[in-house]
Ligand binder design. Structure first.
Ligand code: PGA
Length: 251
């Protein structure tokens, strides 16, 4: 059975002290009844260690937002998958459209990152999604299929079954424009059908696929009620503990 997951992506927000305060608030809010989904917070690298220690005795999992495409060595400014793992984090967001667009992450680079994440026991939350120009031409399915074919569809079924996928249409990220429930469900069902073709029905049924892009407490209940939407990757609304908790409570 696949898991429902609500994952926060803090992006480049919060100082260390602010991040620790946010994680503390969330931990307190989640101290009561166990949520009906797995909870992950994706913090900047420098927060990982402190936040991981803070949440060890809670339901919260910690994720990095990136890792290096190299194992170790003379790569100034980079942070390896092994380093991420050593902080206590166990997830890593890879292939986010902001990384692809602003830091020119190609499929080749992403393949190296996914391999290193898996080799170091991290669960990749692998992002895909089309820009507005592609959606306007109704070519989003071919675009997303290519993103998957060039990267995680090259994994063995065993490795593939260890990752989580997040579909984030670029036109919906941080814009306040959410994909309609139908658009999100349609794409996630399409992705699941591609997984079934490639790895078989059982792997497809067991893969958690998240929707991301202006997901909030208001639209989450309807989105999460769809048969193929197994949760959300949440940017802006993960920066306030009460808002993020409300999205978790949508399950
Ligand atoms: P958003 O970001 O919720 O602020 O749209 C989502 C994401 O980029 O992961």
């Amino acid at each position: 059975m696949r898991k429902n997951i609500v994952a926060g992506n803090w992006k480049m927000n919060k100082t260390l002290q602010e991040g620790v305060a946010l994680a503390t608030e969330l931990k307190e809010l989640l101290a009561g009844a166990k949520p009906n989904c797995e909870v992950v917070i994706g913090t900047p690298f420098i927060h990982l260690s402190a936040v991981s220690q803070l949440v060890t005795d809670s339901v919260i999992n910690v994720s990095a937002q990136n890792c290096a495409d190299k194992e170790s060595g003379a790569y100034t400014g980079e942070v390896s998958a092994a380093m991420v793992k050593s902080t206590g984090a166990n997830f890593v967001i890879l292939g986010h459209s902001e990384r692809r667009e602003y830091y020119l992450e190609t499929s080749e680079i992403l393949n190296a990152k996914v391999a290193l994440a898996l080799a170091n026991g991290l669960t990749p939350i692998y992002c895909c999604g089309e820009p507005l120009s592609v959606r306007e031409k109704d070519a989003q399915e071919d675009f997303v299929k290519k993103q998957l074919d060039e990267t995680i569809f090259n994994l063995s079924a065993d490795n593939f079954s260890k990752l989580v996928i997040a579909y984030e249409p670029i036109w919906a990220i941080g814009t306040g424009v959410t994909a309609s429930t139908e658009q999100a469900q349609e794409m996630l069902a399409f992705i699941r059908s591609l997984i079934a073709e490639k790895f078989g029905k059982e792997v497809a049924e067991n893969t958690s696929i998240l929707y991301g892009g202006s997901c909030n407490a208001k639209n989450a209940p309807e989105l999460f009620a769809q048969p193929d939407i197994d949760g959300g990757l949440i940017g802006g609304a993960s920066l306030k503990s009460v808002d993020f908790k409300a999205i978790i409570d949508a399950f």
